[in-house]
Write a protein that binds this ligand. Structure first.
Ligand code: NAP
Length: 273
């Protein structure tokens, strides 16, 4: 019997690529998104079914998970992929954006995990793959403190859950990609100020990096991430953490090797002078 994967945020980027990859490999795919009525590509696959899910609304997570189980008879793997980035100097950020960063990247994952756990517990099986980031391991780009916070929180959530889920035979994994081409950059909210000038230099430099990321080739560097997700889903890898991408591997290595002050000074040189 074909296995079933449940993925959040499949309207674009990594989520969509992952859905297509698993569909081509013969899996049943529960492709979830906020606006399934707009989807044109995933509807071409007979083994992909679309489910409406806004991860910030716990009730939609419960409905989507239950509908996927009813449709396919089972869910084997959940990929918590949906994510957004709030950038800019913290002082310039408003409360709504701070809350939204946490609501999508952290509480959104919690909502989906809580929705699927009754099913995974009942069968004493299931894999949860959380898409973190290089920014979940280390700061790599200034003015990303909120995004950093959300991905560090996701890492803590995932580590913390291992104690209660391992005895139930439910696996947890973190995938930590570096930069790849997707809609992430164009969806970033970047807080700026007309009146406060103290952050202008660093804001200009970080904006330029984010703009370059936005104009990167769509899906560039994304396939190796999908391949790692596939290895985790099929049990070819049982890694708890998987760092993907040259940039991520380099930063993670430097972060481990160097004292934190040296690391931050090195990173800061590029952006503060
Ligand atoms: N791109 C990178 O360089 C990079 C690097 C490391 C990690 N990541 C992580 O990779 C994951 C995928 O990002 P991506 O790069 O593929 O970006 P993306 O193309 O912007 O995809 C993000 C997806 O999340 C969905 N989403 C946003 N808010 C949602 C909500 N409230 N409920 C449900 N879905 C929601 C978006 O759907 P809508 O179309 O409805 O907005 C979209 O499908 C994210 O967790 C991101 O943090 C990205």
């Amino acid at each position: 019997m074909a296995k079933t994967i449940f993925i959040t945020g499949t309207s674009t980027g990594l989520g969509k690529l992952t859905a297509i990859h698993f569909a081509n490999k013969g899996w049943n795919v529960a492709a979830t998104m906020r606006s399934p009525e707009k989807e044109k590509e995933l509807t071409k696959f007979s083994n992909v079914k679309l489910f409406k899910l806004d991860v910030t609304q716990a009730e939609t997570a419960t409905t989507a998970v239950n509908d996927a189980i009813t449709t396919f008879g089972n869910v084997d793997v959940v990929v918590n992929n949906a994510g957004i980035g709030m950038y800019g100097a913290l002082e310039l950020t408003n409360d709504a954006d701070i809350e939204k960063q946490f609501a999508v990247n952290v509480k959104g994952v919690i909502n989906v995990i809580r929705a699927v756990l009754p099913h995974f517990r009942a069968k004493r099986a299931g894999q949860i793959i959380n898409i973190s980031s290089l920014m979940g391991v280390s700061t790599a780009l200034p003015l990303g403190s909120l995004y950093n916070m959300s991905k560090f929180a996701l890492e803590g959530l995932t580590e913390g859950l291992t104690f209660e889920l391992k005895p139930l035979n439910i696996g947890l994994h973190l995938v930590e990609p570096g930069g790849f081409g997707s809609s992430f950059g164009e969806n970033v909210t970047f807080s700026k100020s007309e009146t406060i000038k103290d952050y202008d230099l660093i804001t200009g430099k970080v904006s330029a990096v984010l703009t370059a990321a936005t104009s990167a080739e769509p899906n560039s560097n994304a396939q190796p991430i999908v391949d790692e997700i596939y290895k985790l889903a099929t049990g070819k890898s049982t890694a708890f953490r998987t760092v993907v991408g040259k940039d991520a591997k380099m930063v993670v290595l430097l972060r481990k090797m160097l004292p934190i002050k040296t690391f931050l000074n090195l990173l800061g040189k590029k952006f503060l002078s």
